[in-house]
Ligand binder design. Structure first.
Ligand code: HEC
Length: 312
């Protein structure tokens, strides 16, 4: 009797071991470029640019060398009104994401459309270019359009016509540099997670994105769609300056140093004076906390807030 049980155990162990060896050896051979990019992957590549985090392009992780996402409601060439459109501006010298330099990562259908209809082959990093994410309705396939070639849009013209500029590419560098991923994930799972944090990503959502910043050990809410549930710039500003202003027991660290020396109006920021005023408020001596300075347009804080609000 006892012998038979050992035998079953041995078989089960063997099956478990070989399944796990199969997964370990064969699944990494799955070629991500065989998967067709979704429109989400194309938007992410064009928003975040080449490489976020530590790289020789941005050794001090200052958010340099990143594209600018803009929202247009008028045509940059003649100023006539147009439907709200997102455009991705790569000023001269801004490194292109891998989907533009190694087009096979887009997947075959997306690559072919981007090259034929989108004319991405003629985009030049040294001169800069403006891109759009478009949908080919006949084949229901997204592709990248090089609007500099197809419409004559230059980075300068598009920036001048923009209603809004979104520095989410530089913001992603801040997200990596500041280690937000120690607590936050960008990966809702296929469980009840779905109900609070939104749709889990799909395989084709990651083509060409580097790094993916999934996070690993979640201690705080998933942020993949945070901009869709909380679009308040002001809330983000208060929460990053001092999370305890809006969540009295928050364990999230303060990021007030990302404001730099001067606020949006050019006034100096005195963190020590702010802390003293805040301690009085925390002790109940004053009814309201001190005002949080509005971050300057070129501050790390503004980049980070743009990144977070752009996660939709
Ligand atoms: C020590 C863990 C920790 C770190 C590090 C951290 N957070 Fe948080 N974060 C939290 C917690 C906990 C919450 C939940 C709300 C609260 O307590 O403030 C939160 C909430 C948030 C929210 C609102 C989430 C929602 O569902 O509305 C955003 C956005 C956010 N954090 C962004 C960041 C960014 C960006 C960074 C890096 C600069 C960061 N966090 C670093 C713990 C952390």
């Amino acid at each position: 009797m006892a012998f038979r049980e050992y035998k079953i155990g041995c078989w089960m162990f063997g099956i478990a071991l070989s399944t796990s060896m199969f997964v370990t050896i064969f699944l990494p051979g799955l070629d991500i470029s065989a998967v067709s990019s979704t429109d989400i992957a194309l938007e992410k590549q064009l928003t975040y640019g080449h490489e976020s985090g530590f790289s020789y392009e941005d050794p001090f992780l200052s958010g340099a060398g990143k594209p600018i996402k803009v929202v247009l409601t008028k045509d940059p060439m003649n100023g006539s009104p147009m439907d709200k459109t997102n455009a991705y501006v790569f000023e001269a010298g801004t490194p292109f994401p891998s989907g533009l330099t190694h087009t096979h990562v887009l997947g075959e259908k997306v690559k072919n459309l981007s090259e034929s209809k989108g004319r991405i082959g003629s985009a030049n990093e040294d001169q800069g270019a403006v891109f759009l994410v478009r949908l080919d309705e006949a084949s229901d396939t997204p592709y990248i359009e090089n609007a500099s070639a197809t419409r004559g849009w230059t980075p300068e013209k598009v920036l001048a016509a923009a209603d809004q500029t979104i520095m989410a590419g530089s913001g992603k560098t801040m997200f990596v540099r500041e280690g937000c991923w120690w607590c936050h994930t960008l990966l809702p799972e296929q469980t009840q997670d779905w109900q609070s944090f939104g749709r889990p990503p799909m395989l084709g959502d990651f083509n060409g994105e580097s790094p993916t910043t999934f996070g690993s050990d979640r201690k705080a809410p998933d942020l993949l769609h945070v901009g869709a549930r909380n679009s308040s710039r002001e809330w983000m500003m208060l929460h990053f300056f001092n999370p305890r202003l809006v969540q009295s027991h928050s364990i999230m660290p303060r990021y007030d140093y990302l404001w730099g020396d001067k606020d949006a109006k050019g006034n100096p920021i005195d963190l020590k004076a702010w802390d003293e005023a805040y301690m009085k408020y925390a002790a109940g001596e004053t009814p309201y906390p001190p005002e949080v300075p509005v971050p300057a347009d070129n501050s790390d804080a503004r980049y980070l807030i743009d990144f977070v609000l752009n996660l939709k």
